[in-house]
Structures are given as C-alpha cells and as structure tokens.
Design a protein around this ligand. Structure first.
Ligand code: NAP
Length: 291
C-alpha cells in the first residue's frame, strides 16, 4: 500500500471511461521510483461537467491532470494557458497547475517524439506517410511539419478528411508540404522511401489480423514503420513492414513517454532513464507482452 500522507500531492486522469487506463500504473510507479510524494487516481467525468471538474480540481489543489476521451478538445476553453503545439493540434492531454488555473500540453505528441528519438528516426528532411486522419494523425501531422519533414502524405479511408487535415496543417504552419489522398491513390507515391506512421485503429485487438493497407507493393515504399497501436504488440502492419526486411515499432513507448513527459511537467524534474525502463517493463508485464 502506497504511503499516503498529509503532504501527498494528487494527480489524476479525467475522462470517460477511465477504468482501463494504464496511467495509474505509470504514474504511481514513477512516483515510487523517483521518490516523489504524489498519488495518481482516475476521475470519471461526464462531458457536460468538464468545466466544473476543472474548477473543482483547482480548488482541491490538484497538482496536475491527464485528459482523455471525450474531453481532449473541450477542456481547452477552461484553461488559463496552452502550449503552442497543443494549441495548433487543438487537443490537450495534460494539465499543469499554474497561478489561477491549468496550462494545457499535448504529451501524446511528446511521447511519440521521444519514441522516435529512441528508435533513431529523424523526421527532419524525411518523406513521411501518415496512415489515418483521426485525432492521433492530426497531432502527428503537426509534429512532422514542425520537425521540418520534406513531405507528408496523409492517406485515409475518408479522403476528404485527409485533404482537410493536410490543408489545415499547411495553413496553420505556413508550409506547403502536406497533402491528403484516398486509399486508392498511393500508387502515385513510387520512387522514394518513406517513414510510415500507422495511426488508424485498424489492427487493434481483437482484429489483429488486419491492416488498412495489405497490398504487398505498398510496403516497398517503407523505410521504417511505426504503428501507434500497442495491443497487439506486433500488429499486422508491423509484420508487413518486417516482411520487407525493414524495422517496425509499436506504440507502447509513445504511451510510456506521454506519461513520463506529463510526470516531468508536474514535478519539474527529469525522470531517470533507468526508472523509465522499469516502468516500461511493468507496462509490458501488465499487457502480457513477451519480447
Ligand atoms: P480516431 O480519431 O477515431 O481516428 C480513427 C482513424 O482510423 C481514422 O483515420 C479512421 O478513418 C480510421 N479507421 C477506423 N476504422 C477504420 C476502418 N474500419 N477502415 C478504415 N479506416 C478506419 O482515433 P484516434 O484517436 O486517432 O486513435 C487511433 C488509434 O491510435 C487508436 O487505436 C488508439 O488506441 C491509438 N492511439 C495510441 C496512442 C499511444 O499512446 N500509443 C495514443 C493515441 C491513440 P476515417 O476517417 O475514414 O473514419
């Protein structure tokens, strides 16, 4: 049992549902390993109660919060400040207590950024394909553009969503490097090797034998693949990338590092790499991942 005292600061997750979140495991372990007097719990908050929840959290002296579905966008209007990248993305997942309220960040994207650094993948000057145009793809598109990618191609089932997202990133960041295409159009992309970021929910447990693009020829375009799904640990997309002799990564480190980045923001520290690794091992155990 955790040693909760009069001095223990509280952090938590607001969302709905929150029951299956991995965040309590991540943050309570980090607090223990880093010897920080902090406890992390979940708060189920209904959509219409988000403003009350923020005011209540501030009044209760809560140090920081993670935010998940369905509040990542609508929480923004209740913040006193927002990080520039989170503002561009239009979604926050981490709130840090400040004078008079909370400042919002998007550590999902910081998490992916750190996963890519770990894997030795540099976005700068790279040609990138993003599969999907949902919430995660949106954040990732802004990251890739901010990191000065050479080109970004968003491929999505609903072509119009890919085009709208591409236009928005180009317009907001004043660039002209992002384009959106439909699923049938990737044959135009020959001649280059791409970093491919798989961001759709296709292939997620229990539909583990599917990938949005299964066409063998598509995988000739891949230099390295990252699937942000982590359950299963090796998705069909990753298997198709590996079948071409290329490296493929899952999204578990993205999840790990979004937590580590939030923890660092709340406590104004840098987590020891050895402790990061210990939490990663705990997460794999929880998900029954054997490597
Ligand atoms: P989202 O906003 O609902 O977007 C879903 C995307 O998947 C859209 O592009 C959608 O295409 C596509 N899609 C879904 N079902 C499809 C199907 N049957 N056929 C073709 N395309 C399909 O979801 P999200 O928030 O971006 O999350 C996407 C995935 O990322 C989830 O699996 C989530 O668990 C994972 N994720 C992981 C992390 C991490 O830390 N590793 C963080 C965030 C998200 P349409 O536009 O055509 O509908």
């Amino acid at each position: 049992m955790k040693n909760i005292k009069g001095t223990t600061r509280v952090c938590g997750l607001i969302g709905n549902p929150v029951k299956h979140s991995m965040s309590p495991l991540i943050h309570n372990a980090l607090a223990e390993y880093e010897n920080i007097d902090m406890a992390y719990v979940t708060f189920k908050v209904e959509e219409q109660d988000i403003e009350k929840a923020l005011a209540g959290a501030y009044a209760l002296n809560i140090l920081g919060m993670n935010v998940t579905v369905p509040h990542k966008q609508n929480v923004i209007s209740g913040l006193i400040d927002i990080d520039e990248l989170a503002q561009n993305i239009g979604a926050v997942n981490t709130l840090v207590r400040a004078e008079g309220g909370y400042k919002g960040y998007n550590t999902d994207i910081l998490g992916l950024q750190r996963e890519l650094i770990d894997a030795g993948i540099s976005l700068e000057n790279s040609d990138i394909i993003i599969i999907g145009a949902g919430g995660a793809a949106r954040a990732i598109s802004f990251l890739c553009a901010k990191e000065k990618a050479n080109s970004i191609t968003i491929i999505n089932r609903t072509r119009q969503k890919a085009i709208l997202l591409a236009n928005e990133v180009n317009n907001k960041l004043g660039v002209n490097i992002v384009k959106g295409i439909g699923l049938q159009e990737y044959s135009r992309l020959s001649g280059k090797k791409y970093i491919v970021l798989q961001t759709t929910s296709v292939g997620l447990h229990p539909d583990i034998d599917t990938a949005l693009i299964e066409d063998d020829e598509f995988y000739d375009l891949v230099e390295v693949g990252v699937d942000i799904i982590y359950n299963p640990a090796k998705t069909k997309f990753m298997k198709l990338v590996e079948a071409k002799g290329k490296k493929a990564y899952n999204g578990l480190k993205m999840l790990l590092y979004q937590g580590v980045s939030a923890f660092e923001l709340w406590n104004n520290i840098q987590v020891d790499e050895h402790n990061v690794q210990k939490v990663y091992e705990l997460m794999k155990k929880e998900l029954e991942i054997v490597e």
